[in-house]
Structure formats: structure tokens, C-alpha cells
Design a binder for this molecule. Sequence first.
Ligand SMILES: Nc1ncnc2c1ncn2[C@@H]1O[C@H](COP(=O)(O)OP(=O)(O)OP(=O)(O)O)[C@@H](O)[C@H]1O
Length: 232
Amino acid sequence: MSPVIQLLAAGRTFRQGPDEYAALRPATVTIDRGQYVAVTGASGSGKSTLLNLITGVDRASQGSVRVNGTALEMLGEGALARFRGASIGIVFQFFELIPTLTALDNVVLAMDLVGTVPPRARRARALALLSDMGLANHVFRPPGRLSGGEQQRVAIARALANDPPILVADEPTGNLDRANGERVTALFDRCVADGRTVIVATHERGGLDRYHRVLRVEDGQVMESGMAEGAP
Ligand SMILES: Nc1ncnc2c1ncn2[C@@H]1O[C@H](COP(=O)(O)OP(=O)(O)OP(=O)(O)O)[C@@H](O)[C@H]1O
């Protein structure tokens, strides 16, 4: 079993006036390659803080966060951004698409920023990814002319643009109706079947049996809440 993500007593505190507030208490967690992991917990429990440390969007206040053996705290801002771009696809709760660009250009831009896909291949790859998400007829629309479910699928296509081995999604179905939520969840299932490591924060209590593993966050404390039989 090869660990792809390791938190070693990694925590995050925020200063509140003279006090320190632990949004995430020091947690030691190992996630293996190919695992499908749900992160659950009440609003404000620390799910986003945990995901932000894993993705390097935020830095731990203490401990170490390792992705594919690289300690993120050892990287400077530029190196961290490059490492993140190539290793981790991130799907944000509120999509975070660029409103002035078409769906196609949002996906191409992700490749431009990382630079591992050859320039001449980027447009065709973006078109293929968007078609794969069922958006072949919408590629020239800006996000404002797409439904929430369509925008989320553009965001997933963008997250996959650089073919990252790890996909992290923060409540990706939180703003979608049931049908769109199920469609997006099925896309994550497929990413796991393709061999990616997928980590999804979710408020939902149902539907957790699809995951290999459920991490529960309560008051900033990460707990193992169950590992299904046959998990990798
Ligand atoms: N930048 C920050 N400065 C101060 N406190 C913060 C900051 N970011 C998060 N927090 C606090 O840390 C705690 C955990 O927040 P976090 O966003 O991780 O929760 P969450 O479980 O993702 O919530 P939700 O389900 O509502 O998205 C909250 O009390 C929040 O107010």
C-alpha cells in the first residue's frame, strides 16, 4: 500500500485577538493511492481547513503534510503552486470559474498555468474533457450562461485538465439539485475507477457506502469513522 497523502500531527490554528483558535487539531492521517475518502462533519467543524492543508491551498501551523512524499511545508509559494497544479485537481464548492472566459477557456487556462500538457494539445484535451462531462454543446458559453450543475461539471473538467493523480472536492454537490448531484458524484466514482485518489467533503449523511473510508471531523478533531471491506 503506498501512502499518497500523509498528515503527521498537522494542525491549523487561527489567531483571534490574543487567543489562538484550533480550526484543525493536530491530526495524523494516511491516505493510500486509489482510496475514495469522504470527509464529513457539521458546518464549521473543520472540513475545509483539512482539505486546504491537503491541497496546499493553506499551510499547517504545526506538523507536516506530505503529498507523494513531498513535505509541502518545505516548498516556497511558487514551488508549492507548481506542485499542486500537477499533482492535485481541486473542485471548489462554489465552482470558482472565471466568469469572463468560456467553459473551454477555463479548462485551457488550467493547462496553461501548469504547463505539462503541450500547448498544441490543450484545446483538444479541454474539448474532450468537456464532452466527457456531457457539455459538448456548451463549451463556448461563459459560466454565467450555464446551470449550477453544468458549472460544476466544467469545474471537474478543469480539475482533471492536468491529469492529476489526486482529486479533492469541497462539498461539490452542496449547491446542486439531486439529479445534478448524483451525476457529479457518478463522475467522482469514475475517477476512482480510473485509479485516482479522490477525497470529497460532504454534509450528506446518506450515500456514504460508496466510499472506501469516511473521516469525520468534529470540533476540529479528525476521526476515522469507518473503513469498508475490500478498501484498497
Ligand atoms: N481564515 C480563517 N480565519 C479564522 N477562522 C477561520 C478561518 N478559516 C476557517 N476558520 C474557522 O475554522 C473553523 C472551521 O472552518 P471550516 O471552513 O474548516 O469548516 P467546515 O467544516 O468546512 O464548514 P462548512 O461545512 O460550513 O464549509 C470555523 O470555526 C471557521 O470559522
